[in-house]
Each structure stands twice: as C-alpha cells, then as structure tokens.
Design a binder for this molecule. Structure first.
Ligand code: B1M
Length: 212
C-alpha cells in the first residue's frame, strides 16, 4: 500500500497520531507537500464527506477525521509557508456567519501566507459587519470568505452589498470559495473572484491586488 493510501485510510478512521506520523514519513521520503495534501489529506476528507452524505458514518466520525486532517496539516504547514517574503497586501479571511467549517479556509490562509500575504484570520462564524470593520481598520486590499453550507452562502452577499453601500466596492476586493460556492454564484453576488481551491485562491488574490 502506498504511503498516501495509508494516510487516506488512517484519516478516514480518525487516527490522528498515525496520520501525523505518516505525513512526516511521506515528507521524509521526499513526497511533494502538495501531493500529500491533495492525494492524502484532502482525498481522505472527500471520502469522509461522501460517507457522511450516504449516512454510513455520523458526526463524531467526521470530527475525528477533521482532527486527523489537522494533525497532518500541522506537519505540512512549515513546508507550505515561506518566511521573509515582503507582503504584497493584506487579506482579511474568515468562514461566514453560521458556518463552523474552517479546514479549507485554514488551508487558503496557509497558502496565502506562504505566498507572502499578510493574513488577518477572523476564524469561523464571522459576521458580515466584522469582515468589513476589520478590512477598514487594517486597510486590507482583499476580503476572503469561505462557506461550506448552502444555507450560509447568502451571508457572502451581505458583505458585497454592504461594501457597495459604503462606497468601498472595488477598493476592497472580495474573493469567495468553499465546496458549494461556484464562479457563477460569485458573479451573481458581485464578488470580484472565486477560488476553487487554496492554490487557485492565491492566484486569484494576486491578480486582484495587481489590478488595484
Ligand atoms: Co460538515 N457538512 N456539517 N462538518 N462537513 C459538509 C460541508 C457536507 C457537504 C457533508 C455532506 O452532507 N456530504 C454538508 C453540507 C451540505 C450542504 O450544505 N449542501 C455538511 C453538514 C450538513 C454539516 C452539519 C449541518 C451537520 C449537522 O450538524 N447535522 C454541521 C454544520 C455545522 C456548522 O457549520 N454550523 C456540520 C459540521 C461539521 C463538523 C464540525 C463535524 C466538521 C467541520 C470541522 C472543521 O471544519 N473544523 C465537518 C466536516 C469536516 C465536513 C466535510 C466532511 C469536510 C469539509 C472539509 O473540511 N473538507 C464536508 C463534506 C465535504 O466537503 N466533502 C461537510 C476539506 C477541505 C480542505 O475542503 O473546505 O471544501 P473545503 O475547502 C477547499 C475548497 O472548497 C476551497 O479550498 C479548499 C482547499 O482546496 N476553499 C476556498 C474553501 N474556502 C475557500 C475560500 C476561498 C477560496 C477557496 O477564498 C476565500
């Protein structure tokens, strides 16, 4: 069995210690961090999502898998971060109001920091007002919002609407992402960009900032 398959299997059963050890072993064996992330940790989480959807597993199983995912991410984080790059701009990042899913948002944050951006991470369950107030206070170039629930996506629209009302649209750019969020939805709510994964989010933020 390949080491990436072992990571997937141990993440699915929520064994955080094994996922941590296997991630370290994969790093030591020279497997690329991006491959460990995509074909190990994220692949395992996708299986969990499918099993949860099919009612084959329950919420505590998902939580244990999430904990195992974090154990692996802790090992990868230093490799995904490159220190000492001058910041091309500030990004206020968070998961929207009512939504507690923060794994994808945290990955986006790690990758943005790795590309040199200063990231102000507001965590999860962030109100529209908090996004805008923080962006104003820190003179941020971009607000990045993540949503994993179809029921919470609408909070993104409150931010784009409010920015427009306050005359800040265009000056503070907005990028949205998360499993249920599409490029069409981003256009519909007046966001400036959609990121389909963490690496793509970095590319999109770079181009938003170069437009400013
Ligand atoms: Co929940 N959950 N969950 N969950 N959960 C989903 C999202 C779900 C699809 C599962 C399912 O039914 N198949 C479903 C949503 C259905 C829907 O709305 N259509 C669901 C549900 C229903 C729920 C609850 C309502 C369950 C309940 O209580 N009955 C509940 C809601 C709680 C709440 O938020 N208020 C709930 C709870 C939880 C846990 C707390 C147990 C846990 C979250 C733990 C945590 O995040 N700390 C959890 C998890 C882990 C999941 C699944 C299994 C995995 C999500 C994940 O972390 N994926 C998920 C199923 C799935 O998505 N396959 C599911 C890995 C992560 C790397 O991917 O977040 O998509 P993702 O991020 C990607 C991209 O989307 C993108 O880049 C990332 C990296 O590639 N991206 C961005 C994300 N944000 C971005 C922002 C950007 C750009 C790109 O720019 C700013």
């Amino acid at each position: 069995m390949s080491i990436l398959t072992e990571i997937v299997e141990n993440l699915i059963v929520g064994d955080d210690e094994k996922v941590s050890a296997l991630t370290q072993k994969a790093i030591d064996d020279g497997v690329l961090p991006k491959q460990i992330l995509d074909d190990g940790l994220i692949a395992g989480m996708n299986t969990i999502g499918q099993q949860f959807k099919n009612h084959e597993i329950f919420l505590p199983d998902v939580l244990m898998a999430a904990r195992a995912m974090y154990a692996g991410m802790d090992k990868l984080r230093p490799l995904l971060l490159k220190e000492g790059i001058p910041s091309p701009g500030k990004v206020v990042l968070g998961t929207v109001r009512g939504d507690l899913h923060d794994i994808g948002k945290n990955l986006v944050g790690i990758m943005l920091k790795g590309a040199g951006f200063e990231v102000i991470d507001l965590g999860n369950d962030v109100s529209p007002e908090k996004f805008i107030q923080t962006a104003r206070e820190h003179d941020a170039a971009v607000i990045g919002m993540s949503a994993l629930l179809t029921t919470t996506m609408s909070a993104m629209k409150e931010v784009t609407y409010q920015l427009k009302e306050e005359g800040l649209a265009g000056r503070i750019k907005v990028i949205v992402g998360g499993a249920p969020v599409s490029a069409e939805f981003a256009v519909e709510i007046g966001a400036d960009a959609h990121g389909y994964d963490a690496a793509n989010a970095v590319e999109r933020v770079k181009s938003l900032i170069s437009e400013n």
